[in-house]
Design a binder for this molecule. Structure first.
Ligand code: NAD
Length: 359
């Protein structure tokens, strides 16, 4: 049993507008949506299919993640609130993922929950989901974003996310080296998946000297193709480089790892890079410029916001708005300098101002 003290430690502030948890009538699984805020517009956030030791832990996750989406969407200046969906698999099911009819049943159960919220929550693809899964959810509700281009959606957001990370790195270089050019800058990218691989290609094209790493050894071929140095994820994390770009899992910046870092700055796609908020102060104390992840990796949600405009999706407009992540980051860093706070505190304050009722 979870001790009550432990639950309180895990709970995010409970300032959510709605939480809907159901036992799916087809699948028997717990499916849920948390709407944190609709102050700026309908709550947008992905749905993840994930295995939890206990259903209450899935509820904690959906509450925490929906709140983070409000901050991400508000910091990006989008006319959207924050929400999140979870389809919770019982413990151990991550090794035997849902397939066939059982998967469709869970997706349709989730669609019922989304539909019951009447458009206050808009769903999208997240961890454990595929484009095909999203198409199945769209059979049960119209409140689905990011469907494939052939189905009228904006498709894979990763290229836009990579573009936004590159814009953030350029802003950092302007601060530290008085030029936005990435030519001859050393950049370590940890994680060469959908986003990291594209970021590596963009940075190579811009003339950066790259250090690349992934747990998947097959990604070494990309390093060879780009003329980059290939190393282990642990070494890349502590490499002596201008910019470190975490593009794999969250939690890489902690009280243990920060003292070992040798980069000048950090900007990457990975969500939740800090194990806890006080790590932002540790980075600042070491003189390492950390660009808040939820500002840097907003390209995907910016893409969805363009899809949701009445005039429909326009790829050039999505790219233009995503490049503006560089300007948002500059504003956050200016604010942090002016107020003597960390970039995280400045980014949180920007999001909170934008979520305030009068904003
Ligand atoms: P992905 O699953 O396509 O790629 C992740 C890569 O990281 C894989 O190549 C994997 O082998 C590698 N990896 C896993 N563990 C690792 C480790 N310990 N060390 C080094 N490499 C490791 O994911 P993605 O879509 O590229 O997303 C990357 C990160 O960016 C995730 O944290 C994701 O939540 C975040 N993000 C992605 C998007 C998007 O548009 N895809 C948007 C916002 C945030």
């Amino acid at each position: 049993m979870i001790a009550s003290g432990a639950i309180e430690d895990l709970l995010p502030p409970l300032d959510h507008e709605e939480l809907l948890v159901r036992r799916g009538r087809r699948s028997g699984l717990s499916v849920m949506v948390a709407v944190h805020s609709t102050a700026r517009g309908p709550a947008l956030g992905g749905v993840r299919l994930w295995s939890y030791a206990r259903t209450p832990l899935a509820v904690l996750d959906v509450l925490r993640l929906s709140r983070a989406m409000s901050y991400k969407n508000a910091a990006a200046g989008l006319p959207l609130g924050g929400g999140k969906g979870v389809i919770a698999l019982p413990a151990g099911r991550d090794r035997a993922p849902l397939s066939g009819r059982a998967r469709t049943a869970a997706l349709l159960d989730f669609a019922d929950v989304v539909d019951a919220l009447g458009g206050r929550y808009l769903t999208a693809e997240d961890v454990g989901m595929t484009a095909r899964d999203m198409a199945a959810i769209a059979r049960g509700t119209r409140h689905v974003t990011g469907l494939s281009r052939s189905r009228g959606g904006s498709g894979d957001p990763s290229p836009l996310t990579a573009l936004g990370v590159e814009a953030a790195i350029e802003t950092i270089c302007e601060r530290l080296f008085s030029t936005r050019s990435l030519c001859d800058r050393s950049i370590a990218i940890v994680g060469l998946g959908h986003v990291g691989a594209r970021l590596a290609q963009r940075c190579a094209r811009a003339g950066a000297r790259l250090v690349l790493a992934d747990v998947d050894a097959s990604k070494r071929a990309l390093a060879q193709r780009l003329g980059a140095r290939w190393t282990t994820p642990g070494r890349a994390l502590t490499a002596q480089v201008d910019v470190l770009a975490p593009c794999a899992l969250g939690g890489v910046l902690s009280a243990e790892s920060v003292p070992r870092l040798r980069c000048r700055a950090i900007a990457g796609a990975a969500n939740n890079q800090l194990t806890e908020e006080p790590v932002a102060a540790l980075l600042a104390a070491r003189g390492i410029l950390w660009a808040p992840d939820f500002v840097v990796n907003a390209g995907g949600v910016i893409n969805l916001a363009v899809e949701l405009r009445p005039e429909g999706y326009d790829a050039a407009e999505a790219r233009r708005r995503t490049r503006a992540i560089g300007e948002t980051l500059a504003r956050v860093l200016d604010q942090a300098d002016a107020e003597g706070t960390t970039p995280l505190a400045a980014a949180n304050a920007l999001a909170q101002r934008r979520m305030a009722p009068a904003a």
